[in-house]
Design a protein around this ligand. Structure first.
Ligand code: PEP
Ligand code: MN
Length: 359
């Protein structure tokens, strides 16, 4: 492990990266940093340039925020980190003594941008954390890390912040733990950090995901922490107060894994986590299916058509059983499953037929 990472990760405890999603004012940055400084080895984060998905959202305070971070570092002794998305950001961040840079999810997915950042980093000895790309494409994540390695960056860690979920997910970004496991297989010595704030999108779920990450032997957590989360200018629903951070950190059970990493990573527990994720995905998909079914119910009602249409049902059984069989699922299983789903669908449509308050 290189010198920077020895300082960051070598404490027998996960490294905590905490601080606001965005730097908003000097007062907010300094006050938050002072409240967080009681945690030894914490790295203080704040976004200065915010890559917002849609225009006209708060896009960060820009370079003046770097001066606030620099001041926070001087006053508290905490190391600092911010997101960089292009060469100019790198130069400015380094100029303001930022200790760690991170590449955001929207940037990791863009090889041109990553290459530009890598080139700006040539000859600079600074640790870089690479968030997973928004879309669940392992190779984009690997590629970004390889681009940084290729220009000589020694200290690279990965941040797992979940993957885009189209709709109705329990999570803001589904964790898809298996992708994080796959990247660890590719780079076995690379530290892994979990970002439960962006995975969950909701402050009351942060503990649950942070604990999972600890159970999976992650090396650190990035948790968005704001003095006044309700009034934060970005990601308000997922930020917590420094006090709540303390409660979460005290509650976390950190297991001491003496077993070889590789063994642990293929353990039953890891497989169970993946199954938990898939079950949530299954239920989310079923929920979306039922919503469509209710819409069909309304159409049928308007057009005075009966609910059960036998032709459609036999066709469904046939096509789904065939597809299931091709994918190694027994015909009997697929048919039983479909029958259960179909029954629930009919019940839902009956509700629409008998109820004037349809969706
Ligand atoms: C952030 O950390 O505030 C951020 C923008 O994260 P991500 O790139 O994971 O969306
Ligand atoms: Mn954020």
């Amino acid at each position: 492990m290189n010198t920077h990472f020895q300082k960051i990760f070598n404490h027998n405890k996960p490294v905590i990266i905490a601080g606001p999603c965005s730097a908003e004012s000097e007062k907010q940055v300094l006050a938050t940093a002072h409240e967080l400084k009681k945690h030894p080895h914490l790295i203080f984060r704040a976004g200065i340039w915010k890559p917002r998905t849609r225009p006209n959202s708060f896009e960060g305070v820009g370079v003046k925020g770097l001066k606030w971070l620099q001041k926070a570092k001087e006053e508290t002794g905490l190391q600092t980190t911010t997101e960089v998305a292009k060469a100019a950001h790198v130069e400015l961040a380094i100029k303001h003594q930022i200790d760690v840079l991170w590449i955001g999810a929207r940037t990791t997915g863009n090889p041109f941008a990553v290459q530009e950042i890598a080139e700006a980093l040539k000859g600079i000895d600074v640790p870089v954390f690479v968030k997973n790309p928004i879309n669940p494409e392992l190779n984009l994540w690997i590629g970004a890390i390889e681009r940084l390695k290729a220009i000589g960056i020694q200290d690279i860690a990965a941040i797992h912040r979940g993957f885009f979920a189209y709709k109705n997910s329990k999570y803001r970004n589904t964790p898809q733990w298996q992708i994080a496991i796959d990247i660890q297989k590719k780079f076995p010595n690379m530290p892994m950090i979990c970002d439960p704030s962006h995975i969950t999108g909701k402050r009351n779920m942060i503990f649950e995901v942070a604990q999972k990450a600890m159970d999976m032997n992650y090396d650190g957590l990035m948790i968005e922490t704001h003095k006044d989360p309700e009034n934060a200018l970005s990601d308000s629903e997922q930020q917590i107060t420094p006090k709540d951070l303390e409660t979460i950190l005290n509650k976390l059970v950190i297991r001491n894994h003496k077993i070889e990493d590789k063994d642990f990573k293929s353990s039953l527990q890891q497989l169970r986590f993946q199954i938990d994720d898939l079950d949530i995905e299954l239920l989310d998909t079923l929920k979306r299916r039922m919503e469509l079914v209710q819409k069909i119910g309304s159409h049928k009602k308007e057009n005075k058509v009966t609910i059960l249409q036998n032709d459609r049902w036999s066709e469904m059984l046939k096509t789904r059983s065939k597809y299931g069989k091709e994918n190694g699922l027994s015909e009997q299983f697929v048919q039983q499953l479909l029958k259960a789903i179909h029954q629930e669908s009919i019940d839902k449509q009956n509700n629409v037929m008998n109820n004037n308050d349809e969706i």
